[in-house]
Design a protein around this ligand. Structure first.
Ligand code: PEP
Ligand code: MN
Length: 488
């Protein structure tokens, strides 16, 4: 499926937003040559399986959970952080599976989410004007060695994720291993939507009790299927060897920002026969090839780098991976359709996920017209809601934060608008963390939620060095809310 006039380096002829100017280009070339020889982090068959599963999300047969840190750091690459993240993603998805009775496709913002776009090129630290932070807050001089470090930290993280997933930690047969010790709050309050009116009502209940109930139900269901022998029956996965009910699929993702890095990890592989269309089918030995970005299963284009004629869109149009596009309030409706024409000209299912992030106060002005334009264009897309990035503000103490109520408000509006437009929300994209401090307490970065975190408490355990994340309890609040919505 060679994309016309495209190569892994064709983005270089376009103007690039958010570029990093390396002072020593020889050093950069040396690092990139090394990266080009290193093995892929993920395989084409895993990428194809994700494309297939995203096709199911698009047909309303599965739900997508995209979640993790705003930015990973090399220092935070530890067993504790990785297992807490996987534990939270699994707990969240379990609540969704149970309530919505749908399989959940899990994509972590993990194993490569190191580079960040910045709102301005430089920032003031004291009275010095320095380059804005990208990879390391302590050293602002762009250093190509960090690209290699990013590769190796991604490798280590992914290796640990893979071992957690295959060693029983993540088995749905043993949910207590990864979940219950996290559900600590004895009595939490959270808001759910009243059935019809989408109004907020406050309900009292105990998270841990509700979660315990889900875990028991799940164990019973798995025992039952084991007993009657349907465990290895048809699953929603295709082409893999993990067709068992208790097994867990997990995919990695990051924003495809540093195109030199992405290019170095882009490799040509034969297109699997199932993925060949009439246009691409060819007799052996001329098996058509496709370019896979092997640094992650899923990559997305950020809201700051989605210019139609820019370098990022050019790079993304040629890779075979499923991709995400952030859609904010500045996206014009015709621009959105033109973008889809560029990155998915054959209108392939599972290829594009639109991650909307308008802000609670702006979603009403934009989402409905975006949905209607995409419906008219007949582009198959998955819509997911990112209720985080349009709702960031600075607290009175100067910390970047988000209000739980505002996050829920955008999510609620999103569900309502999709329903009114004869569309459906296919998933959510969240910044959350299961990270605990040494005493076992959650981070305090977003205000509100069932734990009613106040602005004054933000400083207690503020650990993010990029955007504020929901903590474990606040994340489960969101999971129960979505799960209850889809239960109806
Ligand atoms: C992000 O996802 O961390 C991010 C920077 O998002 P956006 O491009 O939507 O601002
Ligand atoms: Mn972010």
């Amino acid at each position: 499926m060679a994309t016309q006039d495209w190569s892994p380096s064709s983005w270089k002829s376009k103007s690039i937003a958010q570029d990093v100017a390396y002072p020593n280009s020889e050093h950069l070339s040396k690092v990139l040559s090394k990266l080009e020889t290193l093995p892929p982090l993920v395989t084409p068959s895993e990428i194809e399986r994700l494309r297939y599963q995203l096709g199911l999300v698009q047909r309303n047969e599965a739900f997508l959970l995209h979640a993790g840190d705003c930015a990973e750091s090399f220092d935070a690459c530890t067993h504790e952080n990785i297992s807490a993240k996987i534990g939270l993603i699994l707990s969240f998805s379990l609540i969704l599976i149970w309530g919505a009775r749908l399989p959940v496709v899990r994509i972590g913002r993990i194993a490569g989410q190191y580079a960040k776009p910045r709102s301005s090129k430089t920032e003031k630290i004291g009275d010095r004007e320095v380059l804005s932070f990208r990879l390391d807050p302590n050293d602002r001089t762009p250093d190509p060695e960090r690209l290699l470090s990013a590769y190796f930290h991604s490798t280590t993280t992914l290796n640990h994720v893979r071992s957690l997933l295959t060693s029983g930690f993540a088995s749905l047969h043993h949910p207590r291993d990864w979940s219950l010790n996290h559900v600590r709050s004895p009595s939490l309050r959270y808001e759910v939507l009243a059935e019809e009116q989408y109004e907020h009502t406050v309900i009292d209940f105990t998270h841990s009790k509700e979660f315990e109930h889900i875990v028991e139900g799940l164990s019973d269901a798995l025992d039952f299927s084991r007993t009657i022998g349907v465990e290895s029956g048809p699953s929603f996965e295709q082409g893999g060897d993990r067709g068992t009910v208790g097994g867990v699929d997990f995919y990695t993702s990051h924003e495809g920002l540093m195109l030199e890095y992405e290019q170095a990890l882009t490799r040509a592989f034969p297109l699997p026969s199932a993925a060949q269309t009439k246009a691409t089918a060819a007799p052996a030995p001329h098996k058509p090839k496709a370019f896979y970005n092997t640094s992650a299963h899923f990559l997305w284009i950020g809201d700051r780098t989605r210019q139609l004629t820019g370098a990022h869109v050019e790079y993304f149009r040629g890779i075979r991976n499923p991709i995400g596009v952030k859609v904010g309030p500045s996206m014009a409706t015709d621009e959105l359709v033109r973008l889809l024409d560029i990155v998915n000209p054959l209108k392939e299912a599972g290829r594009v996920t639109l991650i909307t992030r308008y802000g609670a106060g702006k979603i009403d002005d934009h989402l409905a017209s975006h949905i209607s334009a995409v419906q008219k264009s007949a582009h198959p897309v998955i819509w997911i809601c990112d209720p985080m990035h349009g709702n960031t503000h600075t607290s009175s103490s100067g910390l970047k934060t988000r209000d739980f109520g505002t996050i829920i408000s955008e999510l609620t509006s999103c569900l309502k608008i999709h329903a009114a437009c004869n569309s459906r929300l296919g998933g959510v994209s969240l910044e959350f963390t299961g990270e605990l401090n040494e005493e076992g307490f959650s981070v305090t970065e977003c205000v509100g939620g069932s734990m009613e975190l106040s602005e004054e408490q933000l400083g207690l355990r503020y650990q993010s060095f990029c955007d504020p994340r929901l903590n474990f309890e606040q994340s489960l609040d969101v999971a129960f809310l979505i799960s209850n919505y889809f239960k109806k």
